[in-house]
Ligand binder design. Structure first.
Ligand code: FAD
Length: 471
């Protein structure tokens, strides 16, 4: 079996060597051709097609420790798959030993202390489902099939970010298997440097096996959903968006979307595929107040569809799932913005009219609030000057359409850059974005992260990520 070392050399893994590994594992191991191999190696973005040499579906911390030890002994390249949603496909590497965490999906909730411990293979929906039993929620993202590990290790934002900051700001501890295959706990009073690095530094320091989240009272019912208008209304709707975000309480998160209408049942058939502008709202406080907060959206103009209603929080958390299926080709460009200026809106409307695929979208997410009040170095997720995230999300079906869609996203980003804080979201970086973009995402924290890397992973065992070189 051909495999790759950390330095990129080809090596031969003998069958008896692999059997030696298998003997020590509780979870299944796959090599190319085995049932399960293709499922494990496949990631959300179909532009990524990488073939690890060996996959281990870890069934506990000891499996993780065994794999890290094996990789060290054989100098084998290691990659880690959480939910496989990273757009750059960082979960998969050619010739590597892949740790597929998908069997580690336990969640334990302590409703009294408002804490949840989640195993690192959980998807967002796993955590939401268990915490909502108690009317509690962790700060997570918008699509329930995303992995908690990649999201949280890169910062993480969602409908609760305005109230409580980045997902990584709402973590009290993590269990980690280090580069020398030791188990350690990282928290504010134990291995505090490692804990700091993990809260936004992107998985550079070890394999996380468990994450402890602070929970907040949310739901189980909230007010949320979307209202859509024909794209011809975009100037007025984006102006409404600007007015609403200027005075929105922290409980209200608003997204603006420009895209071709998806074939969703709440939109009339004759609109499917036609350009729309939509506002997506989630009011995570009391439903009566939520209904008042979203009333100006529901009464605005002549919408072509309105599904902004009281609904379970778990439903809100999966509302966008159908629009983001596995297996499409995707290319994103993202920027943090201090504000949404009218001249930016004009440019976005223009670029929306040039979208090349029925699945692409321009998305503005209001994230300003709690994250801006924390010290810049509270966690490496940083970007405390960000009030909005702009995502220029190209998504399409066929490889023959790559060039046109990539060009669209790049051109739109070219015009959006003038409005950026200069920062970007590390978890939204595509594979062609280099070290200067990692710098834009992590900013001043980068030097401190490199020092932490030198202490915890001096040989750079964990390198199939937005890699921070040890100093
Ligand atoms: C459809 C979609 C919607 C999204 N929505 C949001 C959103 O609302 N908010 C948001 O903040 N982000 C969002 N993201 C971005 C998301 O946070 C990143 O893609 C993130 O990397 C996904 O985590 P994952 O575990 O699925 O990733 P994977 O692709 O499995 O892994 C990503 C990186 O994390 C590392 N990693 C994974 N597990 C571990 C572990 N246990 N220990 C150490 N390192 C590990 C991997 O090595 C890799 O480098 C979205 C992405 C997609 C595709």
């Amino acid at each position: 079996m051909q495999a790759k070392t950390m330095e990129g050399r080809e090596i031969e893994l003998k069958p008896e060597t692999l059997n030696g590994l298998k003997m020590h594992l509780l979870g299944p191991m796959f090599t190319p051709g085995d049932v399960g191999y293709e499922e494990s190696r496949t990631v959300w973005n179909a532009m990524i097609d990488r073939r690890p040499a060996v996959v281990v579906r870890c069934l506990g911390t000891t499996d993780v420790m065994t794999c890290v030890r094996f990789a060290r002994e054989h100098e084998l390249l290691l990659c880690i798959k959480g939910g496989g949603h990273n757009i750059a496909g960082l979960a998969a590497a050619d010739g590597a030993l892949m740790l597929d965490m998908s069997l580690m999906r336990g969640v334990w909730v302590d409703p009294q202390r408002k804490l949840a411990r989640a195993q690192a293979g959980c998807l967002l929906g796993d955590v939401d489902r268990e915490t909502q039993v108690h009317g509690l929620a962790a700060v997570l993202g918008f699509v329930s099939l995303t992995g908690i590990a990649g999201l949280t290790l890169g910062g993480g934002f969602g409908y609760l970010t305005r109230r409580w900051g980045w997902a990584a700001d709402n973590v009290t501890g993590m269990d980690v298997v280090t580069a020398d295959s030791r188990w350690v706990h990282a928290g504010s009073d134990e291995n505090a440097d490692l804990f700091w690095g993990l809260r936004g530094g992107g998985g550079n320091f070890g394999v996380v096996t468990g994450i402890d989240y602070v929970l907040h009272p949310v739901g189980p019912e909230i007010v949320g959903g979307m209202v859509a208008w024909p794209a011809s209304e975009a100037p007025k709707v984006l102006e409404l968006y600007r007015t609403l975000v200027a005075k929105a309480p922290l409980e209200l998160t608003l997204l603006a979307l420009l895209r071709p209408a998806p074939p969703a049942p709440w939109l009339p058939k004759d609109m499917h595929g036609k350009p729309i502008v939509a506002l997506l709202a989630c009011y995570s406080g009391k439903v009566e107040e939520g209904e008042k907060a979203v009333a100006p959206i529901k009464s605005f103009g002549h919408p072509v569809g309105d599904m902004l209603v009281r609904r379970p929080y778990t439903q809100m958390q999966s509302l966008l799932d159908a629009t983001q299926p596995n297996g499409r080709r995707n290319y994103w460009k993202s920027e943090y913005l201090p504000r949404v200026e009218p001249s930016l809106c004009e440019k976005l409307i223009d670029h929306a009219s040039k979208i090349r695929s029925p699945y692409s979208s321009i998305v503005l997410v209001h994230i300003g609030g709690a994250l801006n009040g924390l010290e810049d170095d509270h966690s490496p997720a940083g970007n405390r000057d960000a009030h909005f995230l702009l995502n220029l999300a190209a998504s399409w079906g066929q490889a023959s359409e790559d060039d046109a869609n990539i060009e669209w996203a790049r051109e739109a980003q070219h015009d959006a850059k003038a409005f950026s804080t200069g920062g970007t979201y590390i978890n939204f970086l595509t594979q062609d974005e280099g070290p200067e973009r990692t710098h834009a995402a992590l900013g001043n924290g980068l030097q401190r992260l490199a020092e932490i890397k030198a202490r915890w992973d001096p040989k750079n065992v964990f390198r199939t990520n937005r890699n921070i070189k040890p100093v």
